[in-house]
Design a protein around this ligand. Sequence first.
Ligand SMILES: [Fe+2]
Length: 496
Amino acid sequence: MSLQILSIASLSIAFASLTVLTYILTRIRGLNRAADDIQRGDTTVKIVESRLPVLGQTARHYRFLSMAVTDLEQMEKFQQRMLAYEKKEMEYLLETEALSRQLKKQLEETSKANRTAALLNLELEDRNRSLNEAINRLSALNQVSRMLGMEHDRQQIYRMVVSLPMELLGAEIGHLLLYSEEDDDLVMEYSVGLADRSESRRRINVGDGMAGWVAGNRKPLLIEDFAQQETFSPISSLGYERKTAISVPIMTKDEFIGAITLINRQDGQPFQQDEMTLLATIASEAAMALHNVLLLEKIQKSYFSMVQALITAVEAKDVYTRGHSERVTQYSLLIAEQMNLPLSQMEIIHQAGILHDIGKITVELSILNKPTRLSPAEYEKIKNHPAVGYRILEPIEFDERIKLCVLQHHERPDGKGYPNGASAADILLEAKVLAAADAFDAMTTSRPYRDALTIHAALNEIQRCSGTQFDPQVVEVLGGLVNTMISSGVLETLHS
Ligand SMILES: [Fe+2]
């Protein structure tokens, strides 16, 4: 019995132990599965609690472990997200930096391009300026050339060849020296900008100074900076300081005429090679004009010498009219000056005064010196001398007004003069001046047929004939003039 009971008890214990063991194993398997799940990454596994303290504790440990793993996983995921974010941030930064570098490069290129554009612009402006200057100079050159071609007045030519280049090149001083063949030196004919005008007409030896060098070498000369050379003094012989200068010769093919010189620039800059070339071009344009004017003057001078010799011959025939032409010229010029006549009219009066009686060369000496009254035929011959004088001068290249003055010097405002009986309106003012001066001298000089009238008597006679034989305005001026001449003693000198 007891054995049986013991067996039953053992069996029961065994069964109970088996049950417990099974239960434990089941829980352990559950834990193992959970562990497997966690190992695979599934942290959502539910761990069944156990009433067995050991298992329960183990299960709790597993749960904590699972939670810790979950936390770790989440932490890792968070860190991965952070890393990804930082990577993106870094990539963005790198990209921004690259963009910034690119932008900077582009800015530098733009700035460089801007600088190049600015330089190009400056260059363009510079070229524009040069082009404008070239156009201005060309136009001025054309103007000088055109004007020189038309100009026959020596003073006007002087002014053109000095003042125009001075203005064009901004020079402070300019002068023109002409070569004198007689004295083999240079004479300053025209200057601008020289303080002392009394020094403006002076002589320079060939070889002396800049212009002298140009005359000697017949070459243009440019001195950009006087301080950089020792050949020429920075102080000119006229006493002014020279910093920069150009001097060019005026020459025809084989004749040296003179030199144009420009000194110092208003802007303080040195003269340049191209400016010397420009001045040399103007000088070559001036050469022919000056050559022609000087030649014409030479011809006119020799012609006048010849005519004056003729006049002297005429007056030599007529002892009573000796010096008459010279005195008539002087009276006429004094009247013209008093009337403020322009220089051109004074010049006509001057030349016509000398020539007015040239026609008398054809009148016989017996008529000119006849002590008694002239016969009508003889008077006709005398009356013919203005027309003869006109014919003598006609073929000569001469201002027509000079010839007309010779023709009209015995015409009267009332139309009763000779040779044509011209009316007042048709008689030149210069001829009216000559007529009064001629009559005044004739009356105050002894003639074969009468004695000289006194100055007052002559003036009274002329004033009596004012408006008929003589122009009233001229008579009025002559009246004032004669009174002045009497008080100053000029009349006595002219008649001595
Ligand atoms: Fe006359």
